[in-house]
Design a binder for this molecule. Sequence first.
Ligand SMILES: Cc1cc2nc3c(=O)[nH]c(=O)nc-3n(C[C@H](O)[C@H](O)[C@H](O)COP(=O)(O)OP(=O)(O)OC[C@H]3O[C@@H](n4cnc5c(N)ncnc54)[C@H](O)[C@@H]3O)c2cc1C
Length: 352
Amino acid sequence: MNKSVDHIVVGQGLAGSILALTLLERGRSVMVIDDGNPVTASKVAAGLYNPVVFKRLVKSWMADDLLPYMDSFYPRMETMLEQSFYFSKRILKPFAEEQEKTLWLKKTDEPVGKYLNREIYNDDLGGIVFNPLGISEVVHAGNLDTPKFLSATRNYLLKQDVILEEKFEHDLLVTNENTAHYKGIAARKIIFCEGHKTTLNPFFSWLPFKLTKGEIITIRLEKGYKIPDEIVLNKAVFILPLGNDTYKVGATYEWNDLSENITEKGRSELVEKLEKVLKISFEVIDHQAGIRPTVNDRRPLIGLHPDLDALGVFNGMGTKGVMLAPFFASQFADFLEGSAPLDKEVDIARFK
Ligand SMILES: Cc1cc2nc3c(=O)[nH]c(=O)nc-3n(C[C@H](O)[C@H](O)[C@H](O)COP(=O)(O)OP(=O)(O)OC[C@H]3O[C@@H](n4cnc5c(N)ncnc54)[C@H](O)[C@@H]3O)c2cc1C
């Protein structure tokens, strides 16, 4: 192949998809390369976005900037890709302890309060949930159906003939000052969006990832019971309706076993937590695992290689790829065009 593009994007997970779509929307030419690994963080993610960190009841990092950006980006992509994948949801929080409820009410008067409903009500969702202490909800939350988004993006890229479905071989990459060459394709920049696999990338393996494995199960509830589609329940685990009376339940956090395999330990942890939340029985019908590209300082990893200017990275979306990627893809695109700097907190230059 003899071709010249503005950017090669390696990886079509959430990060690579969102960056490639952002660049295409701006009229840049891209070639995406993805190896089609069936086990990726993006493919198993619940895709939830939530402006509140439940543990400390504070605003999620940059929530006020990220949410309006997402609310504009994903609907634009729904139009461009002719699919619906971005949904607004009510995240319901049944309280586990009196203290939690007191803290919630106190926090409604703080900056995070704009995302917390002040009302506390008694609702067990038609006999489904243990809820002795009341329930409240997060305002402005929802989810991206990540499998649907990824598959719609892939189809779009295939139609435009701008995706190669194969593994990127790093040793075939040749770079000079202003250009990178890979298998007959010349590009101004190659941007690596390989998720946790960047730890194996010879140009960027020095980045300080602290990877986190996550497992997630899919369940069916006892016959006759249903959690409405517009609700996500969150108490120790989240329960996300998928339609057809099935629900995603997750997720675990594991830092030692970083294999992509599902484990009995992960499944039991989720089942035990769920049994404490639900009054009714359920059946596990699927179980998946993925590795989140989490970073020591919990901030994205974006920018250009310190010595090889034609190589860049868009990664480190951690546990919040859905919220972070649209805003920072736009910022990175501005940076690549020379029109704006990168936020110092996300720029990989902070590690050199
Ligand atoms: C169980 C679980 C639940 C989660 N829930 C949520 C959630 O509710 N909300 C949220 O915002 N985030 C969630 N996350 C986190 C989210 O999944 C990540 O932030 C995001 O998916 C990271 O996307 P990525 O594109 O960087 O990485 P990945 O998803 O790993 O994608 C990388 C892509 O690059 C490809 N690739 C890698 N190396 C090569 C190569 N050499 N050649 C070609 N292709 C290559 C891979 O096949 C893959 O397609 C969850 C994660 C897990 C594991």
